[in-house]
Structures are given as C-alpha cells and as structure tokens.
Design a protein. Structure first.
Length: 1007
C-alpha cells in the first residue's frame, strides 16, 4: 500500500494491539461460569435472536408464527443442546438448511393460510444484495431491541441504527448518526452561501464525515438507491433533511462489497424504509415532542420546538400484502449569537517585502485581525417527511415491492450585525518600515457598520422505486427501477446596510483585545457613544437580492442474477449490472436595488425597524441592536423596479451537467466451516457532459476567448476488486477482514464550474475555470475487526482500518480546490483546480457495552456503553504555499462517546456525552488581504474547528404497555455550537456560535 515507514509502524502496532486483545480478552459469554450458553425464560422470538448472537449460527423464522410462545430457560455447552432446551414442549418444528436452521409452528393450518405462512417465511422484503447478517430473519429485517443510546453493530459488516434507538435529542438523522462509531456530524460545510458561519448559527447537525472523509467520499442510499445529490458545489447528501423517526433502520456499511456503488470510500449509509414485515411492525405508533430553546428564551424570541410522527403498518390478504407508512412534521425556532469577521480583514503584524511572515516568526502568532462582527441570528426551520412501502408476495418464489420516500425543509433566518471594520482597504491600514527590510501593519482607520441579511433555505427530495425478486429453484433474479428528484434553493436572500465612511467613522482604526476567547473592540468614549447610536446610521446599500437554486433529477435501474449451490465450498455466485443517469443544474443571480430609501435616510427613519435586543452577547458584546423586519424590506424590493442585468450577471454562475454511470459486477461466496470468503469485482464507467458560462465580455467572443456558453466532457473508468473474510472464531465471536478498492469522482463544480476571464495589469488574459481533466481519487482500503458478544448484552468490538487515497481532492465547497496557475494557449494564463498527491489514513474504532450486573447484582439495572474513533490522517497536496504534509480534512484525532443507561421497573434513563477533537475544515489558502499588504497562504493559516463537547440526558417512564413519557435535555452544559480559528492553537482570528439548551418532553404511544 506504499505507506511510509512511520505509518507502517503505526499499523503494525495497531494490529499487534488487536491481536493481544483477541488473545487476552475472554469472550463475554459468561467466561467465569460453567455454561457457554445461558438464557432465562423469555419470548421465543427474542430467545432465538439471542441464541443466534451467542452461537454465531443462522436461525430463520417468522416472528408472527412464534408469537405468544415462551422459550424455556437454557444452560448448555453447545448450540444443539441449547436449542433443544429452549424449544422443549413448544409446538414448533426445526428444519436444517444450508444457510442455517428454520423454525416453524408445527400446528396444522388451513391450506390457504399455510401457503401465506410459507410466503412470509421465504420471501425477503429487501431486493438489494445484503451482507450476511449474524441473524437471518426471513420475511423481516434483523432489528435490535429498542433501547435509546449508542447502537450495537447490526451485522459483522455494518453498524445498525433503528428509529427506536434514537432519542428526542436527535432532531434529524444527521444528529442521530453521531451515535455510530466513526461518524462526525457537522453543523456546516463549505457550500458557498448554503454553508459557512451563518449555516452553523442554526445550531443543528446537517452533514456527516465518516472515518476522516467528507460526505463526498460516502454514499447515502435509500433502500439501496442513491439519494439525489442536489447541493450546488459537491457530491454530499444533506443528511439533516431526513428525520430521526420514520425510517425503518440505517445501516452504516464501512466495507461495501462489489454489489454496491464503487465511489463509497468512506461508507455507504443505507436508510431503509419501514416494512409491514418487520418484527412487531404491525399496528400504529404515534410520537409527539415539545420543547423550548433556552438561548431563544434569553433573547425574548420565539423558542418553541415541536415534532409529531406517525407510523402505521399492516399485513392483509392472507399475509400476501403488506403496507407501511411513516410520516413526521416538525417546527423549531432558534435564536443565537455569532461572532465573525469581515472578509479580507486578516493581516500580518509584521511582513517582509513580499507580504509574508519574516523568517524566525511563527506565522500563527503573527496574525492581526482588523475587524470583528458581533451578530445575532433568529429564525425557524420547518420540516416534513414521509416513507411508504408496499409489498406483494403471491408465492414463495415471487416478491414485488414499491418504495417511496420524500422530505422537505424550509428555513427562514435573519442575521443582524454590528460590525467594527478597520481593514477594508489600503487606506485603513498603515504600513511602517522597521529599518530591517520588514514592515509593521496596523489598523488606523475604520468604521462602524449595521448590516442585515436573510439566509433562507428550501430543500426537498423525493425518491421512488419499484422492483421484483423471483426465486425459481436455486436461482434468484432481482430487478428494479428508480426515479429521484432533489432541490436545494436559497430564494429571496436579501441584504441592506447602514453606515458611512464619515458619519460612522472610527478615526483611530480597530484595535482588539480578547475576552473569554472572543475578540472585543477597544473603544474610546466617542466610539462607544457611536456604537450605541445605531439608529442614526445612514443607509449605504439600499437592497440586494440573490436567488440560488440547484437540483438533481435521477433515473436508473439495476438487475442481478444469483445462483446458490448446496454441498460444496462455493455457496453463491452473483452477477449484476446497473445504470444511473443524473441531470444537475445550478443557477445564481445577484441584483442590486436603489431608490428604496432617500439618500441620507437613517436606520431609525427607514421604517424597517421592528424591536431590538438589549445585548448581542451579554458580557461580551453589550450593544443594543435594532432588528429589521425582513418582510417590510422584502415588499419594498418586490415593489421596486428590477435592475437591468447583463448576460454575465444572469448566467455567470450557471452550470448544467448530465452524468451517466454504467456498472457491472460479479461476486462469489465461498464457505469453509466457520469461515466465509467473498471475492468480488466491479467495473464502472462514468461520463459527464457539462455546459457552463465564461464571463468577462457578456457572451461576446473576443481576443481568442469563447465567451458565453461553453461545453466540456469528462470520463472516468474504474475496475474495482475486493475481498472480504468473516470467521466465527468462537461462541459469540466474529473476526472480519476486508481489502477493497474504490474511487471518488470530482464534483461537477470542480470539473466545469463557472469560468471568468480578466485582463491583468500587464495586459495579458487570465482565465479562472474548472478542470475537466481532474482525475478521480483512487483508494485502497484495509479493514480488520474482532467482535465479542455476551448473552447478557455485553459487547466488545475493535476494528483497525487503513486507507490510501491517490489523487486526493479536498472539500473546497464553492471555491476551486488546490488551484494552480499555468500557461495556456496564446499566452493566456489559466488558473484551475488540480489533484493533490497521496493521502494516508489510519484509524482505530472500538465499541463496548458492559452490563454492570457483571460486577455486582446491585447494579443489574445499569449499563455503560462507550465508543471511540482514533484517526491519523495526513496528505500531500502538492501545493507550493502549503506544507509538504498536511492534516486531512474532517479527521479529528479522536471522537468519543460514553453513555450511562438505567432500566428498571418501567423507568429508564440515559446520560450521554460526546467529545470531538479539533480538525481541519479549510486549508490556509486565504489569498491576499484587502489592503494588499499581507499574503495569507500557509499551512499555519489552516482553519481548524476546535474541540467540542455535548452532554445530553433523558429520563422516561412507561405508562402501561403502550405508552412512554420521556423528559430530555440537549446540550445541558450550553457548550458552543461551533468555533473555528485560523491556526490550530491561535485565538486571534476566530468564528464562534453560542447557543443554549433544549429542554423538552416526548410521548410515544403504540396501538
């Protein structure tokens, strides 16, 4: 794998540690007691699942056929004895098959009913290929017992999260996924105006990074079909769009096989719709949640949070038909403080003649911030979603199904700013020679700004699929077609500002000190008076409106043929093919309006103000801030005459892309004793056809440049072998290993984003554009893991993994990644994104669940669960402005969760804490400051998201057999929602979002 010597030593040490754990750690199956398999009397369906987990054997049964039966107590040394004890005297029959054993009720039924029972036990509801699970439940999916908190791995190859295991503190699926090992939930990303600090200020989780790789390196699928990717600048899927309630289960597959898409280097997140054939699914479940946000209450703003969910499932027509429906709707108000700075206002205290930090000075300690924006944001997010499944099983050899998923969110957000800005240009910065070839910089002029903007977002998607599974004899044939639509839009974003270089001047510039980690302006008495007189600021920018919309339309299908063999080492051979076509577009238009207010009109005279807050951030920014009514400003803009727009303004950010992906795969499953070997090969061919606009001359060709609409093509071909081994190496134990290859295609925005042409000071033309010749990132992946399970719910799982990524591409969001300049045709200079070098990622994941009854019977109601992910990721970007070796994006050194659970006598409680280390969000290619005096290009200027903590708690009481009431608290210590700094350890240039606690009540009712 071409690891460095240091990396090889790290990997070898990790493997030795894993081997030592395997030798020294006893299997949790009651190692100090005589019996290998021990279980108390319990419902038979639960007992069979527990026996399968302890023994590692496959048990096939229909929960409906054993409903009401109670298993006998078990104390046995082997599987067969345990099974005989468990079933003693029960009206069931045992049939031994090649895949395991099946359990069926032995009582005689009418002929028609017996046929439908066979249908239920033989037809799997999921058409897509699935990794063999520890327990096979034919007609249903294996689902863990409902208990809030950290999930247990659902299969040897995937972690499983069910909606029953989520808690009210998880407001969407992105937040719920933070409970799974290896997952980092992000409050924001780099998707231009759809990301950044304003997105983080909503204080909710929206995106995920898995095992140190951004969302672009993972795939989000719904029942095996790729979710539409509608974000304008990347391949990420917005996980916050999905709720934490109405899905059936989520499988986090970190070692995807050849049957899954080849561009899943991080993982496949497969969201499964609920099915009427799931265990215990039939009936009606209602969930209602209400709460309040303490931060919004402190600002005397709307603070409510409410969510309602419904799930219904029923089987009918002699159990040949099944229908399931899950819906949810929520509304959440928020109000938080933000601290940020003005773009271009980062300087260096001391520079050399080139504008860089002189030798011998630490670049991070040399940073100078010449502005601070104290901001307040408020808003509301509304969401709704639905998932539905229809299954028809006319015989044991045929299963026809349909699945539909849809979700929508609408966010309205207002942002208010009091800005102390002292670095807007050369006139604001004084450059003083030190006499040794260096210069000192200082802010000597500035101004106060009042600024208001809206940050709306409208997002929705829909995905439908229909398919069939036929099983004539030993052959299985699967066919499916699907259609999807995703839209992300930012309609009616508006801005206005009030300031004047004379009327709101800060004549001595902006000097900052630090208070509790926040940059705070040092103000004279006159400056402080000016800061308290915001209503007297004159209008500057009357009104700006920006509309953005991106969408993704998908159509495709897949076909697979599998053949099972009995009696030999080869258990199965499978062939498959798929086709997917995606049509994406992105539009963004800016418009400036004038004449909304007379020149010189102050904020107080504008008629826009509606209320105020007493302090932006009490104790830090104690400035009263007027609040503009966005509806009034919006109506004035709508009533105004729209400005004339040039062709470049209308089309400059436009991009249309058609991407077609064809794939075929083959895999073979070989079984020898307790070991299962899967060998696979996948081939993919992807072709992108793009249309984009070249700005600079309003679409009129000149100087040898094709202005206006241009086209480009890119193609990617990959042959991806993989190998996976599973070995049941003891009672309740499993070893797994996998070596597989994958690739990740660049985003369409990097391949063919909007292009601009400008004339430099020397008269030459400079073109900034996407690069259709970017290469796909190629990955070689290794994963080794060992798992032990005990009959009492104990669990220990350890995994080590390594990834080598060639042609690395980082997440640059709306900017081009790793841009470099080169000479083009006819002397034109071209600036375009380039691939980086090779990245190496080493990781260790561990999950443990310890029932404290193992320590003493007095703690029988308590359980401790811990999971941790440790990462070491480094990359060579091959960028002259950065270090030879950089940290990988989104790869914190540690990500740890710990939970204490209690369950006894109808009461349950949970205390959960998460701790995440610092990680790089953006590389230090910040360009030149607004003054032109400072060049900010260095790894020392990487933007780091600082270590974070979150503590949640809940307590619940069961009311009878059907209802549960739960009191919960999110972020009990009111930790920061987001904090980043330029430089890993420097606090000179921070961005911060402060939020509060969410306290609420939830009721679950099952009918």
């Amino acid at each position: 794998m071409a690891f460095s010597a240091r990396h090889r030593r790290c990997l070898a040490g990790s493997l030795m540690a894993l081997g030592a754990a395997a030798l020294l750690t006893p299997a949790p199956a009651l190692s100090q007691r005589r019996f290998t398999i021990t279980m108390a009397a319990m419902p038979l369906d639960k007992a069979l699942l527990a026996l399968a987990r302890q023994s590692g054997r496959n048990i096939l049964f229909d929960p409906a056929s054993v409903a009401g039966m109670v298993a006998r107590p078990v104390q046995a040394m082997d599987f067969d004895t345990a099974l005989r004890q468990m079933l003693d005297g029960l009206p069931v029959r045992v049939v031994r098959q090649s895949a395991g054993i099946s359990i069926a009720r032995s009582a005689v039924r009418p002929v028609r009913r017996a046929r439908s029972a066979a249908v239920r036990t033989a037809a799997a509801p999921k058409p897509q290929p699935a990794e063999p699970a520890t327990v096979y439940v034919i007609g249903t999916r294996p689902v863990q017992a409902p208990a809030p908190g950290l999930p247990d791995p659902g299969t040897p190859d995937a972690d499983l999260l069910t909606s029953e295991r989520t808690t009210p503190v998880d407001r969407n699926l992105a937040e719920a996924l933070a409970r799974m090992p290896g997952v980092l939930t992000l409050a924001t990303n780099l998707q231009g105006d759809l990301g950044g600090i304003d997105r983080a200020a909503r204080a909710d989780g929206q995106f995920t990074a898995i095992r140190g790789l951004s969302g672009a390196y993972s795939l989000v699928t719904i029942d095996g079909v790729v979710m539409p990717q509608a974000l304008p600048y990347g391949r990420d899927a917005q996980m916050g769009l999905l709720p934490a309630f109405d899905f059936g289960a989520v499988r986090l597959i970190k070692t995807p096989g050849s049957e899954r898409a080849g561009d899943a280097t991080g993982a496949v997140i497969d969201v499964q719709t609920p099915s009427a054939f799931d265990p215990g699914a039939e009936g009606l479940r209602l969930v209602a949640t209400g709460g309040a946000d303490s931060s919004a209450i402190s600002y005397h703003q709307r603070a409510g949070y409410g969510q309602f969910g419904l799930r219904f499932a029923r089987r009918f027509g002699d159990d040949r038909w099944g229908i399931s429906l899950g819906v949810q709707a929520s509304r959440r108000a928020f109000a938080n403080s933000q601290q940020t700075y003005q773009e271009g206002s980062i300087e260096l205290r001391v520079v050399d003649a080139r504008g860089r930090t002189p030798a011998g000075i630490d670049p991070a300690s040399n940073l100078l911030l010449t502005s601070v924006n104290a901001q307040f944001t408020r808003g509301e997010t509304r969401s709704a979603s639905a998932m539905a499944a229809l299954d028809f099983q006319p015989s044991s050899d045929l299963h026809v199904y349909a699945r539909v998923s849809a979700a929508a969110t609408a966010t309205d957000q207002d942002i208010y700013q009091l800005g102390f800005q002292g670095g807007s240009g050369t006139a604001d910065i004084t450059r003083t020679a030190n006499g040794d070839g260096t210069y000192s910089l200082a802010s000597t002029r500035g101004s106060l700004h009042y600024w208001y903007q809206t940050n709306p977002e409208r997002t929705h998607f829909a995905l439908a699929q229909i398919g069939a599974v036929a099983r004539p004899g030993a052959i299985e044939l699967r066919a499916r077609t699907h259609f999807g639509l995703g839209v992300v839009s930012r309609p009616d974003h508006i801005e206005t500002s009030f300031w004047d270089s004379d009327a709101t001047a800060l004549p001595t510039g902006v000097q900052l000190t630090t208070r509790d980690g926040y940059p705070v302006p040092q103000l004279s008495a006159a400056d402080a008076t000016l800061a308290s007189s915001v209503l007297d600021y004159p209008v500057h920018r009357q009104g700006q409106k920006r509309d953005q919309r991106s969408d993704d339309h998908r159509l495709g299908g897949d076909l697979a043929l599998a053949r099972r063999f009995d009696g030999g080492a080869i258990e199965q051979i499978e062939l498959g093919a798929s086709f997917d076509r995606s049509q994406r577009s992105n539009r963004l238009v800016d418009m400036d309006y004038s004449g909304l207010l007379a020149t010189g009109t102050t904020l107080g005279e504008s008629g826009l103000v509606s209320g105020s807050i007493a302090a932006i951030l009490p104790g830090i920014y104690d400035f009263r801030l007027p609040l503009i009514d966005g509806d009034v400003l919006r109506e004035r803009i709508r009533a105004a005459t729209a400005p004339d727009l040039s062709a470049d303004t209308l089309n400059g950010s436009s991009l249309d892309v058609t991407e077609t992906v064809a794939a075929a795969y083959a895999r073979m499953v070989v079984v020898r004793g307790a070991a299962t070997l899967t060998v696979g090969l996948r081939g993919e061919d992807a072709r992108l056809h793009s249309r984009y606009w070249v700005s600079g001359n309003d679409g009129v060709d000149a100087d040898g440049v094709d202005y206006g609409w241009n086209r480009s093509r890119s193609s990617f071909t990959a042959l991806l072998p993989n190998l996976a081994l599973r070995w049941r190496n003891g009672p309740g134990a499993m070893f797994r290993g996998a070596v597989w290859t994958s690739y990740t295609r660049p985003s369409a925005a990097q391949l063919a984003g909007s292009a601009t042409v400008e004339t430099t000071a020397t008269g030459t033309l400079r073109v900034t554009r996407g690069n259709p010749d970017l290469r796909a990132v190629r990955a070689l992946n290794l994963d080794l893991g060992q798992e032990w399970r005990g009959g009492d719910g104990a669990l220990l799982s350890v995994a080590v993994f390594a990834k080598r990524l060639a042609n690395y591409l980082y997440d640059a969001g709306g900017d081009y990644a790793n841009t470099q300049e080169s000479g083009g045709d006819a002397g034109i200079t071209v600036i375009e994104p380039r691939n980086g070098g090779t990245a190496h990622l080493l990781g260790l994941e561990t999950s443990a669940v310890l029932p404290l009854a193992r320590l003493t019977g007095e703690l029988a109601a308590w359980t401790v669960a811990v999971q941790a992910t440790l990462l070491h990721g480094r990359v060579r970007l091959h960028n002259a402005d950065l270090d030879d070796v950089e940290h990988m994006q989104y790869a914190p050194d540690y990500n740890v969760s710990a939970e204490l659970r209690y369950r006894h006598g109808g009461w349950s409680a949970s205390l959960l804490g998460r701790w995440t280390g610092a990680y790089v969000q953006q590389y230090g290619l910040l360009g030149t400051s607004a003054s032109g005096y400072s060049v900010l290009a260095s790894s020392a200027f990487d933007t780091w998201v600082r270590p974070a903590r979150q503590i949640d708690a809940s307590i619940a009481r069961a009311v009878g057999m059907r209802a549960t009431i739960r009191l919960f608290g999110r972020n009990l210590l009111a930790d920061l929602a987001y904090r980043s700094t330029v430089g890993r350890y420097s606090d000179t240039v921070p961005q911060t979002v402060s939020t509060g606690r969410l306290i609420g009540l939830r009721m679950d009712l099952k009918l």
